[in-house]
Design a protein around this ligand. Sequence first.
Ligand SMILES: Nc1ncnc2c1ncn2[C@@H]1O[C@H](COP(=O)(O)OP(=O)(O)OP(=O)(O)O)[C@@H](O)[C@H]1O
Length: 226
Amino acid sequence: MSDPMIVASDVGKAYGTGPGAVVALAGVTLSVAPGERVAILGKSGSGKSTLMNLLGGLDSPTTGSLAVAGRNLAGLSRRQLADYRLTQVGFIFQSFHLIPSKSSLENVELPLVLAGKPARDRRTSARELLARVGMDHRADHYPTQLSGGERQRVAVARALVNHPAILLADEPTGNLDSATADAVMELLSARVRETGVTLVLVTHDEDLAARTVDRVVRMRDGRVVE
Ligand SMILES: Nc1ncnc2c1ncn2[C@@H]1O[C@H](COP(=O)(O)OP(=O)(O)OP(=O)(O)O)[C@@H](O)[C@H]1O
């Protein structure tokens, strides 16, 4: 057995302190194997996005320990967390988060620019990824010139271009109509299988989870309940 990709041990997260503090995570324990695809389901406010932020190194746990790809995230400096995000994590958000002033190609290239990759290599990698998501014909278009489904395809390419260890997708089809959502999910699943990346998918959609992932994790009141 290889080591787990994600190990969360009794992870707690509170926003604020004192009587006004909000406990968003009340002790999450979870282990995810390399290449495993996991969906997180739970009501609004159950802590899904908070957990994703911690996994992505965007925020730190208040208590407990969290390790991804063998790194203890709680022990990292801000600079190390930034490096972790850049090299180990791919993010896909509900609202795409593409940079409006950059073309599709430039958006996909951006993680490679930040990682200091040489211009020619990154251009080649970004073009390859755009082709893998069926968007090579829109390489020079800007986000406002793209449909929602097309934007999310570009976002999928951007999330994978750095060969991350984990891919975090937070309601990736939440802003799309159902036909477009199905097409984007199919593409995302195909790229996930192809790359073997470990997927953590937040969704409200039971059917989507059932057809996309290996395991469903349910959250309630800041805890994993199954
Ligand atoms: N920055 C913050 N400051 C204070 N409280 C917060 C903050 N972010 C989240 N919370 C609170 O933490 C709890 C968990 O929120 P979280 O966003 O993780 O839930 P969620 O399951 O992702 O919900 P949704 O499905 O609506 O996105 C909620 O009670 C929320 O109000």
